[in-house]
Structure formats: structure tokens, C-alpha cells
Write a protein that binds this ligand. Structure first.
Ligand code: NAI
Length: 482
């Protein structure tokens, strides 16, 4: 019987291991983490992350062949296959600050594996790491491990998307496994392949060399984010010309070479991965002496920052160039629907932009707590291009200017404007007439996700702005925004 241990019980480690446990009842799967609250959450009735379908999978396996523990050393020592799914954020200081991946957690996990292992192990990179990380990990394990213990490093990047993690894991487009092209390397690849082969069709399991697997993950995220920045760049041109970005995206996406997915214009992409992974790619390109390639990918992030900035400017300029003292309802704070994750959510930048203009912001998100909102808005913002921390609001300013509402109607009561920043399904079917009646006039809606029926809301009486859509006469008269 194979025993699997996964280091890191986060958005990736938790769901991935739960699905492996579900599909491989004869494999014992343990997820370990240094964070006691996280592990306590996984062992409770209220899981530490919100992910549709996850409760059910965990309920079926926990206590059978799936467990969660803080006893990291024991479970790593016992395992045959060790997945490492720790966080790999962008470095905030030192060499490569603002771009390079911070591998502190990864390195400490690797050193711990070397310390505690008494038997051979397959060590699987599940975290997204810079290309060539496996080489560094091999060196750490070789120089620090006990004699006679052999390691094989595999790269098995995760392609799940938050909000659809369980579906993605049960039926992945592909599983990618990279390994050394030696007999031992091939055997390790085959062992991991056998695990996935219990439920993933063979033609969806791709095996490559280590560097291709590591780079493919960074490249895939860069391509996905590039599509969003491409359609967002076109959305600005649509507003300037009277074209409708939804119509343009539909027409463009009908080309089979382009395809329809990931072409929804928005206030910008967020999440813990896109920006971090592109920055990482940019840094790697710079390190390898490829400034033009670095510049090409950097532009994807610049357009994303531009889009968030453009949205805030649109709100402020439409409302007579001032939102000072005006209540603005913010609907949605998570970086996308069906997750409570707020890492790098565009809502943080939009709210900070509005707060900087002295607005009073009332936030409602079905999955994000008030504490989380406060933590996010209190966080110093890192300016990736010129590494430095931008100052957030003080606690007193925050208390005066930020409130968290129990529902959308409470958020909108007595507001001058509503900003929709996450595409939660419930925002499509709100009683907007009820909201309108409780708001100051003129009542504005700024839809950063294109979820509302613009014509219907204009009929109610709202001044409506929807990203990339033909502008209201009201907005046309306002100064151009950039
Ligand atoms: P996360 O921050 O939710 O989870 C990481 C966990 O690792 C934390 O609970 C932390 O306490 C734990 N940890 C850190 N160092 C540890 C150590 N030495 N020993 C034990 N536990 C330790 O991060 P998330 O979102 O799960 O991401 C993990 C990796 O997967 C990252 O590299 C990310 O880029 C990648 N990834 C993330 C995706 C996502 O949608 N969140 C999708 C695909 C890949």
C-alpha cells in the first residue's frame, strides 16, 4: 500500500488530496500543515476554504483514508510519495523583490524532508515554482539527506481553478508529470502516473522532462491572464468607440483557433496566481538575459493595473469628480465567484482607490467575512514595478470609511453608487428597483463584471456603466478617463 503525504493544506493541497483519497481508497493520504487553525478547520464541519462540492468529498474520505495533521515530521517520514504544496508568494524584499518567487517555505519543507526521511521518497512539486527549482531541491536533499536514502523529484503542477476545484480535479483537461530522464526518474513518473490513472484517462496524462513541466505551469497562467488583459484592453477601445465588448468577444471567440473561453471583460484579474506567476516569469526572463520577452509579459500586468485604475477613475469622474463623503456600495470582494479567496482581488485596489478619494465604502460579499476585508484593506500594497510598500488607511480612517453589510440591499441603502466587483450569481437576480428606491439620486451602477441587464437598469432610472459597453449619454459627457 502506497502512503501519500502532502505538505501544505491550502487551496491546492486540501482539495487535491481529498480527490486522490476519494479515487484511490487503498492509498492512505495525509495532509500536513504547520498552521494549527488550518488543520483544525479541515478536521471540523466548517472547512477552511469554500469550494463547491468539497464538503461532500471530504466527508466521504475523512477518517477512512484521508486525514489532516500537524504532525508533519511523522507523516513525511512514513510516506512513499511526498507532495509539496506550500505557498510560493512573490518576494517582497531582497534580490528580485517584487518579481521573483519566494521559495522560503519550499526550501524549509525540502530541508525538513531531508532531516526526517529514513526511506526512499518521491518528492512531488505541486506548488508553482520557477523553472529549474527541481535542481535546487535535488541539491538540498542530496546534501542534507541521510546516507542511503534516495530521492526522485517530480514536477506535477496543479491546473485547478478556485471555484471549480473539485470538478477540475475529478475531470482534468490534463495531468502533467515531469521527471528526470533516467531509469529511476521514469519509474517515479510511472508510480505517480499510476495514482492518477485510477480516474484520469491515459491520453490526458502528459509526461515530460522536469523543466518543461515546471515552465508549462508558468506559461499556462501567463497565457490565461494574457487573454483577460487582451479583452480588457479591447474593452477600453469599445467604450471609446461605441462597440460592445461582449459582442466583440463573442465574434472573436467563434474563431475555432481562438475559442470562446476566458474572454469576459472585467475590472481585472485577481487571485493568488496570475500576477505572481507572470512576475516570476518576467524575473526568470530577465535573469536569462531576455529583456524583450520579460517586457512582453510584463505588459499583461500593466493592462490589469490600468483596468482597475480606469474603473476607479470612471466611478469618480461620473460622480461629478468627487466621491468624498458619498456612500458607495461594493458588491463582491472575492477575486471571483464561488470562492471566499481575496488574495490579489481587484476589489482591494478598487476600494483603496475609492477610499483614497474619501468615499465611504459599504462592502457585501456572500463568502468574505468582515475581518478578512479589514485585513485586506489594512495590508500595505506592494507596487511590483518599483518595489516599495504603499501606505494603507489608518485604523481610524478605516473605521470611519469602511463598513461590511449583511446583504446587497443593506450595502446599497442611502448609497450614491453601487460597484459590482465579483460575478456572484446572486447579483444577477437582485431586486434592483428596491435598491434604486433606497439610494440617493442620481443613482449609479458601475458593473465591473458585466452581470447586470443594462437596458433594464436604465429603465429603472440608474445611470449605468458596464465595462466595455456603449456608454450612457451621462457618462459620454464626462471627461475621458485613463
Ligand atoms: P495556501 O497559502 O492556501 O496554502 C499553503 C499552505 O502551506 C499553508 O496552509 C501554509 O501554512 C502551509 N505551509 C507553508 N510552509 C509549510 C511547511 N514548511 N510545512 C508545512 N506546511 C507549510 O496556498 P495555495 O493557494 O494552496 O497554493 C499552493 C501552491 O500551489 C502555490 O505555489 C500556488 O502558486 C500553487 N497553485 C495555486 C492554485 C490556486 O488556485 N490557489 C492553483 C494552482 C497552483
Amino acid at each position: 500500500m502506497v502512503k501519500i503525504c502532502c505538505i501544505g493544506a491550502g487551496y491546492v493541497g486540501g482539495p487535491t488530496m481529498a480527490v486522490i483519497a476519494l479515487k484511490c481508497p487503498e492509498i492512505e493520504v495525509v495532509v500536513v500543515d504547520i498552521s494549527e487553525p488550518r488543520i483544525a478547520g479541515w478536521n471540523s464541519e466548517r472547512l477552511p476554504i469554500y469550494e463547491p462540492g468539497l464538503d461532500d468529498v471530504v466527508r466521504q474520505c475523512r477518517g477512512r483514508n484521508l486525514s489532516f495533521s500537524t504532525d508533519v515530521h511523522r507523516h513525511v517520514a512514513d510516506a512513499d510519495i511526498v507532495f509539496v504544496s506550500v505557498n510560493t508568494p512573490t518576494k517582497t524584499c531582497g534580490l528580485g523583490a517584487g518579481k521573483a518567487a519566494d521559495l522560503t517555505y519550499w526550501e524549509s519543507a525540502a530541508r525538513m524532508i531531508a532531516d526526517v526521511s529514513l526511506s526512499d521518497k518521491i518528492v512531488v512539486e505541486k506548488s508553482t515554482v520557477p523553472v529549474k527549482t527541481a535542481e535546487a531541491i535535488e541539491k538540498i536533499l542530496a546534501h542534507n539527506g541521510r546516507s542511503g536514502v534516495r530521492y526522485q523529484i517530480l514536477s506535477n503542477p496543479e491546473f485547478l481553478a478556485e471555484g471549480t476545484a473539485v470538478r477540475d480535479l475529478l475531470s482534468p483537461d490534463r495531468v502533467l508529470i515531469g521527471g528526470r530522464e533516467t531509469p529511476e526518474g521514469r519509474a517515479a513518473v510511472a508510480a505517480l502516473r499510476d495514482v492518477y490513472a485510477r480516474w484520469v484517462p491515459g491520453d490526458r496524462i502528459i509526461t515530460t522532462n522536469l523543466w518543461s513541466a515546471e515552465l508549462s505551469k508558468l506559461a499556462a497562467n501567463a497565457f490565461l491572464a494574457q487573454r483577460i488583459s487582451s479583452v480588457n484592453a479591447i474593452s477600453a477601445l469599445c467604450e471609446a468607440t461605441g462597440a460592445d465588448v461582449a459582442e466583440v468577444a463573442h465574434s472573436v471567440g467563434k474563431d475555432a483557433r481562438i475559442g470562446p473561453r476566458f474572454l469576459a471583460a472585467s475590472v481585472g484579474f485577481g487571485g493568488s496566481c496570475f500576477q505572481k506567476d507572470i512576475l516570476n516569469l518576467v524575473y526568470i526572463c530577465e535573469c536569462y538575459g531576455l529583456p524583450e520577452v520579460a517586457g512582453y509579459w510584463r505588459e499583461v500586468i500593466r493592462i490589469n493595473d490600468y483596468q482597475k485604475c480606469r474603473f476607479v477613475n470612471r466611478v469618480v469622474s461620473s460622480m461629478f469628480n468627487t466621491v468624498a463623503g458619498k456612500k458607495v456600495a461594493v458588491l463582491g470582494f472575492a477575486f471571483k465567484k464561488d470562492t471566499g479567496d481575496t488574495r490579489e482581488t481587484p476589489a482591494i485596489d478598487v476600494c483603496n482607490g475609492l477610499l483614497g478619494d474619501k468615499a465611504v465604502v459599504s462592502i457585501y460579499d456572500p463568502q468574505v467575512t468582515g475581518e478578512q476585508v479589514a485585513r485586506d484593506l489594512a495590508m500595505k500594497k506592494f507596487d511590483w514595478d518599483h518595489p516599495r510598500h504603499l501606505q494603507p488607511l489608518s485604523a481610524t480612517e478605516m473605521a470611519k470609511q469602511v463598513a461590511v453589510a449583511a446583504d446587497a440591499y443593506e450595502a446599497a441603502r442611502d448609497a450614491h453608487a453601487v460597484c459590482i466587483l465579483t460575478e456572484w450569481d446572486e447579483f444577477r437576480s437582485l431586486d434592483y428597483k428596491r435598491m434604486f428606491d433606497a439610494m440617493h439620486k442620481p443613482a449609479f451602477i458601475f458593473d465591473g463584471r458585466n452581470v447586470v441587464d443594462v437596458a433594464k437598469l436604465r429603465e429603472i432610472g440608474f445611470v449605468v456603466y458596464s465595462i466595455g459597453k456603449p456608454l450612457d449619454d451621462w457618462l459620454k459627457d464626462m471627461p475621458a478617463v485613463a
